[in-house]
Design a protein around this ligand. Structure first.
Ligand SMILES: Cc1ncc(COP(=O)(O)O)c(C=O)c1O
Length: 412
């Protein structure tokens, strides 16, 4: 199997929902019918003009797209070498890319005559953007969140509660995203008739990957137009850098550029390398993790020799996940994207440097700070006609307590 041109990658799976050896529907028998109903509903609605027009209307008038595309002139001059740009996706409603798929799920919930949404969250942005959409569309919402993340992402938890969401604290295992998604799936098994479930990333059974991938692809559609406006063409040396947790923001940044060859448009995914000088990380692709089943799909994930999921750690809650979207596993195998990791400390230093030079334009949360860290590392070695675009997909405000603790002060 090879990546085909002219068809979105989300639609290039086989009849079992697999992209090569990845993806699929590894779910309990009770979820077969709800999954098949959701597949039919989404297929019908994504081809329904009324639904798509309505979705576009909310995108422009409620989410506030397109988000800006800005040149980071001071940072580029300081580093020398490549020109660095940011796609400031954190300007979107709620402060992150998660609002794109939250909008789709809220509309699917409405169109399927359900009154309750449920989702998972780690950095809290998915929960927050779902809560904004739930309020906007008059829906109830349950957000599954590990207590490790509840403690470290207070600003987003406060926002969820203010919007009327119920946060369900998850206390199992590592008390993070992995466990939150597992609890969400368990909850769905017994509530699938009345609750619409949406995952917070391009993870889960095939249909969840497709819904999220379809929604976030809007980012690269906007970016492509913005790049053409800025340069008059797609630059000969363009590199699109994105942090990778489950893989939604990166897929969203890249999808419209999939058909270019990698010499012209390179995709670089930056995973969480965890604390320096520790064995902990959350970087399955750059650390060569094995293939296993996690949250309903086959993917590369961090596990021990018996197949048990291993604990992860990253300073950024949003990247702190043992698995990774099947789409990215496939992109790595096809050598269309390459994956590296950056440590907690490198992300913090990048946050500091970006804020020092570009605080007027961008203030990345600790997730995109990983992508900035790698851009900062490679920019000086690249030629002046190389264009690096970093997706600043989250705002630092949610990490203000962590940043203050680690750097002594929070600057914005
Ligand atoms: C701001 C931000 N960036 C990145 C991520 C990682 O997720 P994904 O790889 O799906 O974009 C998250 C997840 O919570 C996030 O909140």
């Amino acid at each position: 199997m090879k990546i085909k041109k002219g068809i979105s990658l989300i639609d290039q799976h086989d009849k079992f929902g697999m992209w090569g050896p990845y993806g699929g529907n590894f779910l309990p028998e009770t979820l077969k019918k709800p999954v098949s109903d959701l597949e039919k509903l989404f297929e019908k609605l994504r081809n329904n003009r009324k639904f798509v027009n309505e979705w576009n209307y909310h995108l422009r008038n409620f989410i506030g797209t397109p988000t800006s595309f800005v040149k980071l002139e001071n940072l580029s001059n300081h580093l020398g070498g490549a020109q660095i740009y940011a796609k400031v996706v954190s300007e979107a409603k709620g402060g992150a890319h998660k609002c794109y798929s939250a909008l789709t799920h809220a509309m699917l919930c409405k169109y399927s005559n359900r009154d309750t949404l449920a989702t998972d969250t780690a950095a809290g942005y998915n929960g927050k953007t779902f809560s904004i959409m739930a309020k906007h569309f008059g829906l109830k919402l349950k957000v599954f969140m590990g207590i490790k993340d509840i403690k470290r992402q207070k600003p987003n938890c406060d926002a969820m509660k203010a919007n009327g969401a119920t946060i369900i604290p998850v206390t199992t295992g590592g008390q993070g995203l992995c466990e939150a998604v597992s609890e969400l799936m368990r909850y769905w098994v017994s509530n699938c008739d009345r609750v619409h479930v949406g995952t917070g990333s391009t993870v889960g059974a095939n249909i969840f990957i497709k819904i999220c991938g379809w929604s976030v692809s809007q980012i690269s559609k906007e970016l492509k137009t913005q790049i053409l406006n800025e340069f008059g063409e797609i630059p000969k040396k363009l590199k699109l850098l994105n942090c990778v947790g489950g893989g939604s923001s990166s897929f969203g940044l890249w999808n419209s550029f999939m058909d270019y060859n990698k010499q012209q448009v390179e995709f670089i995914g930056v995973e969480a390398g965890g604390p320096a000088r520790s064995k902990l990380h959350a970087a399955p692709l750059s650390h060569g993790a094995k293939i296993g089943v996690l949250h309903g799909s086959m993917q590369r994930c961090l596990m021990d020799k018996d197949g048990q999921i291993l604990p992860t750690h990253s300073i950024s809650a949003g990247l702190d996940y043992a698995g990774i979207s099947p789409l990215h596993c496939y992109l790595q195998d096809q050598q269309r994207a390459r994956y590296v990791s950056q440590t907690d400390e490198q992300a913090l230093s990048a946050y500091k440097l970006v804020t020092k030079y570009e605080s007027q334009k961008v203030s990345p949360s600790l997730e995109p700070a990983h992508a900035f860290a790698y851009a900062i590392k490679i920019a000086p070695k690249l030629s002046k006609d190389t264009v690096l675009v970093v997706n600043s997909c989250g705002d630092s405000f949610k990490d203000k307590h962590i940043i203050k603790k680690r750097l002594g002060k929070y600057i914005r």
